[in-house]
Design a binder for this molecule. Structure first.
Ligand code: NDP
Ligand code: MG
Length: 388
């Protein structure tokens, strides 16, 4: 029986993780659930899974949750510092980090610091502070198992292999809803359109990141830290069918790929069950449905976010953190029609130039760089023609 803390249980990954728990009675016990603003769903989840505690990070929602669960023995906490406390409890074996964005950083670090098993969905944590997180994980014996489908694929390809024999990894990208489009088209696209991903149903932020290819850029940086790779060992290829979830090429030229239907429950289940591969009854891949698996070079010129993320990875220091913060601001603005699709890259590029470079940032430096980048990005967004 593994005892789980699911951070961000009301999100796309969080709810699917609870589906995995429900499908495997006797294997998992839910110890902690956390939400930010969706009090109703958190209450419903607490009633169904009966955790020891829930944390609602939006403090204005505390009373509602507390009141609704007053007849149960579920403890109710609020605020981010409570999140950092509960992940360290002895009664927690695995922390699934499914909070979106920089907001997930501190709680992930607290869990790593307590030496917990980490099922990592919150990729922004590694983008921002991968050096600090991976070093701490090694020191504290916290094993980090990726949930992101590409990184899960790579991890699965590496089972039984000596990681020193990795020549390169090849991250696959679906290309998103605007694959093949050019700037003259993208300049007019709206959030409602960008939110329609061809292969995956995900939270709003990552869906926009998939449309701009920033998601793949974030994943390059995530992979660098997770697998201890040099920048040159990380490649991206567009594979619109999303059947191959990523590949590893070894030093003998052999390539391993992990495949399956695009369903996030598979990598979530793999990370939660690791090292066991658990059964399920989900739909199977039938190769006759996929007469062709195709591959193409990403269009770095049109989808500039991918080029910017690659540049940030090579620059290192606080640059990925700054880029991530600017991206979080522009994505939220784009979702509210306050900045254009292409303008998002313009803002990110300017912020990457504007915030002072720090070669070896401390955690405090990362927090400061994040704040500074957000302030500048918000200023630039205000100047957009779309802002009002
Ligand atoms: P969602 O937006 O669907 O869910 C985000 C979760 O985080 C919700 O539970 C939300 O709470 C909570 N949350 C939001 N803001 C805060 C905050 N400031 N403090 C604390 N909690 C907060 O996101 P996803 O599930 O799509 O993504 C989660 C993470 O997983 C991201 O880092 C993403 O990149 C990664 N990921 C997601 C994939 C997917 O298929 N969705 C695939 C691969 C990686 P509430 O809703 O209650 O406000
Ligand atoms: Mg992914």
């Amino acid at each position: 029986m593994k005892r789980l803390a699911i951070l961000g249980s009301t999100g796309s990954i969080g709810t699917q993780a609870l589906d995995v728990v429900a499908a495997h009675p006797g294997l998992f016990e839910v110890e902690v659930l956390s939400a930010h603003s969706n009090a109703n769903l958190l209450i419903e989840q607490a009633q169904k899974f009966n955790p020891n505690a829930v944390v609602v990070t939006d403090e204005t929602k505390y009373e509602i949750v507390k009141e609704a669960l007053s007849q149960s023995n579920v403890k109710v906490f609020s605020g981010h510092s409570s999140l950092e406390d509960v992940v360290q409890w002895d009664s927690v074996d695995i922390v699934l980090t499914a909070i979106v964005g920089f907001a997930g950083l501190r709680s992930t670090i607290a869990a790593v610091n307590a030496g917990k098993g980490i099922a990592l969905a919150n990729k922004e944590t590694l983008v921002v502070a991968g050096d600090i997180v991976m070093k701490l994980a090694a020191e504290k014996g916290a094993q980090i198992i990726p949930v992101d489908s590409e990184h899960s694929a790579i991890f699965q390809c590496l089972v039984g292999e000596d990681w020193r024999t990795i020549e390169k990894i090849i991250l696959t990208a679906s290309g998103g809803p605007f694959l093949g489009r050019k700037p003259n088209y993208l300049v007019n696209v709206k959030a409602s359109h960008a939110l329609q991903h061809p292969n995956w149903t995900m939270g709003a932020k990552i869906t926009i990141d998939s449309a701009t290819l920033m998601n793949k850029g974030l994943e390059m940086i995530e992979a660098k830290w997770l697998f201890g790779l040099d920048n040159e060992q990380i490649e991206v290829i567009v594979h619109p069918q999303s059947i191959i979830h990523s590949m590893v090429q070894f030093t003998d030229g052999s390539v391993k790929a992990q495949m399956g239907l695009p369903d996030m429950k598979l990598p979530i289940q793999y990370a939660m069950g690791y090292p066991r591969r658990l059964d399920n009854k989900y739909k199977r891949l039938d190769f006759r449905d996929y007469a062709q698996l195709t591959f193409e070079q990403p269009d770095y010129k049109t989808f500039r976010n991918l080029a910017l993320a690659k540049e940030a990875m090579f620059k290192g220091g606080n640059t990925p953190c700054v880029m991530n913060a600017a991206n979080e601001v522009v994505v939220q603005s784009f979702l509210h029609n306050k900045v254009g699709f292409i303008e998002m890259s313009d803002v990110i590029e300017k912020i990457m130039e504007r915030v002072a470079y720090i070669e070896q940032p401390s955690l405090d430096d990362y927090e400061k760089s994040d704040k500074e980048a957000r302030i500048y990005a918000a200023e630039l967004v205000k100047q957009s023609q779309l802002s009002y």
